[in-house]
Write a protein that binds this ligand. Structure first.
Ligand code: F6P
Length: 356
C-alpha cells in the first residue's frame, strides 16, 4: 500500500503531529509506504515528494508549521498559474505514476472542497480538519484552534498589565475571517471586557460607552478583543489585501486600528491597538492539540486501512467520527448566537458591542 499525505491552505500548530500519526499508524499497522507531498496540491503538479519513514517523522510531534510545506493558492480545478485552467487530469496522471493507493489531505474548507472534487473524479481521499479558525463544518474542533486561543489569552494577559498601568484602552485583533471562535474563546480566557466577533456586528458607541463607564468607575482601563472579520453594523469588514491568484482572495486585517481611531475621539483614555496576526499560527501546538492531532491522524489511518475514502474525520462531543467530504466542502461553521460561551460572556457582564 502506498499512501500520500499533504498539508494545504494556511499552516497551523499540530500539522506535523498529524503527519506523524498518519505515517506511524499506516507503517505499523499495514506496513505501508508513505510519501509526503510538498507544498499542498502544488506538489502533485510539480512532482515534489518526500519519503516519510519513522526516522523522518519521529521527532516532529511538537514542531510548529509543516515539514511538507503548504500553499493556499493552488486549486487544480482552476489553476491560476495556467490562466485558470483545469489541470486536475495532470494531477491524476502523476498520482497514477506514483502508484498512490490513497491520499490524506490535511486542510481547511478550501482544501476539503478540492479533496471532494478529486474524490469525485476517482482519487481515494481522506480529509483531516485543520484550521486555527475552528470554522469547519460538522466537527466541534479542528486542531490548531486550542494553540491559537492560548496565544491570544497570553497576549491579553500581557496587554492587561500595561493597560492597567497606563489606564489605557487596549485593543487586540485576532484572526478569524467569518467566524469569531478565536476572539470569543481567547477573549474569555484572557478576561477581555469587550469581545467583538463577525457574527454580531457591533455599535462603536456601545463599545465607547463601556470604556467611558470603566473610566468613571475608576477601573481606568479596558481590554477589547476583536476578530479581524468583525465589523460595525453600518460598515463592511476591513480588507487589507486582495490576492487575485488565490481561490479565497480576501485578506483581512486592520479593523482594530480603525476602531482605535474611532474610539479615540469618544473616550478620555489613550487607545492603543495590537494586531496579533500570524503569531497566532506559529510555534508549537498545545498538549491538547498534540493529542487531538494524534487522534485525528490515527482515525484517518483507520479510514485508509478500511478503504473508506471520500470521508473526513471529525470530533463530535468526545467521539471520533467521520463524515462525507461533500457535506463539509465550501461550508463554514459560525458561532451560533445561543452558544454557551456567548451566554456565559453576557451573563458575566462582558460586552459584545451591542449596547444595553
Ligand atoms: O484560515 C486561517 C487564517 O489564519 C485566517 O484566520 C486568516 O484570515 C488567514 O488564514 C490568513 O491567511 P494568510 O496566511 O494567507 O495571510
Amino acid at each position: 500500500m502506498h499512501i500520500g499525505i499533504l498539508t494545504g491552505g494556511g499552516d497551523c500548530p499540530g500539522l506535523n503531529a498529524v503527519i506523524r500519526a498518519v505515517s506511524l499508524a499506516l507503517i505499523t499497522e499495514c506496513g505501508a509506504r508513505v510519501s509526503g507531498i510538498r507544498r499542498g496540491f502544488l506538489g502533485l503538479l510539480e512532482h515534489q515528494v518526500l519519503a516519510l519513514d519513522p526516522g523522518v517523522v519521529g521527532g516532529i510531534l511538537a514542531q510548529g508549521g509543516t515539514i511538507l510545506g503548504t500553499h493556499n493558492r493552488c486549486d487544480p480545478f482552476h489553476y491560476f498559474a495556467a490562466g485558470g485552467a483545469d489541470v486536475s487530469a495532470e494531477l491524476m496522471a502523476y498520482v497514477l505514476e506514483l502508484g498512490l493507493d490513497g491520499l490524506v489531505v490535511i486542510g481547511g474548507d478550501g482544501s476539503m472542497a478540492i479533496a471532494d472534487k478529486l474524490s469525485r473524479i476517482g482519487l481515494p481521499v481522506v480529509g483531516v480538519p485543520k484550521t486555527i479558525d475552528n470554522d469547519l463544518c460538522l466537527t466541534d474542533r479542528s486542531f490548531g484552534f486550542d494553540s491559537a486561543v492560548a496565544i491570544v489569552a497570553e497576549a491579553l494577559d500581557r496587554l492587561e498589565t500595561t493597560a492597567r498601568s497606563h489606564g489605557r484602552v487596549m485593543i487586540a485583533e485576532t484572526m478569524g475571517r467569518y467566524a469569531g471562535w478565536i476572539a470569543l474563546a481567547g477573549g474569555i480566557a484572557g478576561a477581555a471586557d469587550v469581545i467583538l466577533i463577525p457574527e454580531l456586528p457591533y455599535s462603536v458607541e456601545a463599545v465607547a460607552e463601556v470604556c467611558r463607564r470603566r473610566e468613571q468607575q475608576g477601573a481606568g482601563h479596558t481590554l477589547i478583543c476583536i476578530a479581524e472579520g468583525a465589523h460595525p453594523r453600518e460598515a463592511a469588514m476591513v480588507v487589507s489585501q486582495t490576492l487575485a491568484d488565490s481561490p479565497d482572495p480576501l485578506r483581512l486585517g486592520g479593523v482594530g486600528a480603525v476602531l482605535a481611531h474611532q474610539l479615540q475621539t469618544m473616550v478620555s483614555s489613550e487607545v492603543r491597538q495590537t494586531l496579533l496576526g500570524h503569531v497566532q499560527r506559529g510555534g508549537a501546538p498545545t498538549a491538547f492539540d498534540r493529542i487531538l492531532a494524534t487522534q485525528f491522524g490515527w482515525a484517518a489511518a483507520q479510514l485508509v486501512k478500511d478503504r473508506r475514502f471520500g470521508r473526513m474525520v471529525v470530533l463530535q462531543g468526545s467521539e471520533m467520527r467521520d463524515v462525507a467530504l461533500a457535506e463539509v466542502a465550501g461550508r463554514n461553521r459560525l458561532v451560533p448566537l445561543d452558544h454557551p460561551w456567548l451566554l456565559a460572556a453576557r451573563s458575566l457582564g462582558l460586552s459584545l458591542g451591542q449596547g444595553s
